[in-house]
Design a protein around this ligand. Structure first.
Ligand code: HPA
Length: 293
């Protein structure tokens, strides 16, 4: 397996056609559920479920806590398409393959993407179980060349040089903050840094990540956000802080801890997501797209 591959448009179209044949209605909102957060999918009503392995081109998820299923149904009255689990770069997939489902969503007409992940807290104010609304990101693998948009650009997908200064939609972030306050949830806002993984950070790396301005660290989300923005989607990303990282009193994080924290985090993230969806316009044909050009 390679770090990069060029996936022909026909492969995305085949997956979109496969889903279109089976979907009761076309979703305009996509949802990605991260490590330990699969239980969020139980809230989806009138759910139809397909394992990634059944859908042409979808990367099979291989990590515990990531079942790897597509779920179509309704949440707060909105037709949604949910990725229950995701593929990660560290599993050996190319950056194009891990973002494959996002482009399939783009073809299906998804205009808004809500992503969740489990992350390690770098900001000393964060506690396990807190939620961080992602304000911005530092994509270390992408900065080092592992950007999913590397390679020939097809203008049908999006521009050659997409602009990411408003990647995390300010209006959606404001809605999420409003819901957090209304529900009394421990919600922060901050910068997510992506590392390729799968090894956790060393104390020196934690020090470095704090220094460059990151508040939480994880091994996903950034490639998906880049591809979603390329396709003109509005993005909201929520990090569930599963563990905290202190370079001075270093306690090694574990995958079990990440999955365990998901039990507290899943209901909190669900409350936030439900609240945001409830505040969005429901009318078919209402504009969920970016308010700015
Ligand atoms: N580091 C990297 N990724 C993570 C962590 C962490 O501490 N916790 C959850 N995902």
């Amino acid at each position: 397996m390679h770090v990069h591959e060029v996936i022909p448009r026909s492969e995305y179209e085949a997956a979109a056609a496969w889903l279109r044949e089976r979907l009761p209605s076309l979703p305009r909102i996509g949802l990605v559920l991260g490590s330990g957060l699969a239980a969020l999918a139980e809230a989806v009503e009138e759910a139809m479920v397909w394992p990634f392995a059944e859908i042409p081109g979808f990367p099979a998820a291989t990590v515990e806590g990531h079942p790897g299923r597509v779920i179509a149904g309704r949440l707060e009255g909105h037709p949604v398409l949910v990725l229950q689990g995701r593929a990660h770069f560290y599993e050996g997939y190319s950056v194009q393959r891990i973002t494959f489902p996002i482009r399939v969503m783009q073809l299906l007409g998804v205009r808004m993407l809500i992503l969740t992940n489990a992350a390690g807290g770098l900001n000393p104010a964060f506690r396990p179980g807190d939620v961080m609304i992602v304000r911005d990101h530092i994509g270390l693998p992408g900065m080092a060349g592992m950007n999913p948009l590397r390679g020939p650009n097809e203008a049908d997908w999006g521009p050659r040089f997409p602009e990411l200064s408003r990647a995390y939609d300010p209006a959606l972030r404001a809605l999420a903050r409003e819901v957090g306050e209304a529900e009394g949830l421990p919600v922060h806002e901050g910068v997510y840094v992506m590392l390729a993984g799968p090894s956790f950070e060393t104390p020196a790396e934690v020090r470095f990540l704090r220094m460059i301005g990151a508040d939480a660290v994880g091994m996903s989300t950034v490639p998906e956000v880049i591809v979603a923005c390329h396709g003109g989607m509005r993005v909201l990303a929520l990090s569930g802080i599963s563990n905290v990282l202190n370079p001075e009193v270093f306690e090694p994080p574990t995958h079990e801890e990440v999955l365990q924290a998901g039990r507290v985090l899943a209901p909190r993230l669900l409350t936030l997501i439900r609240g945001v969806l409830r505040r969005l316009p429901h009318e078919a044909g209402s504009d969920l797209s970016k308010p700015h050009a």
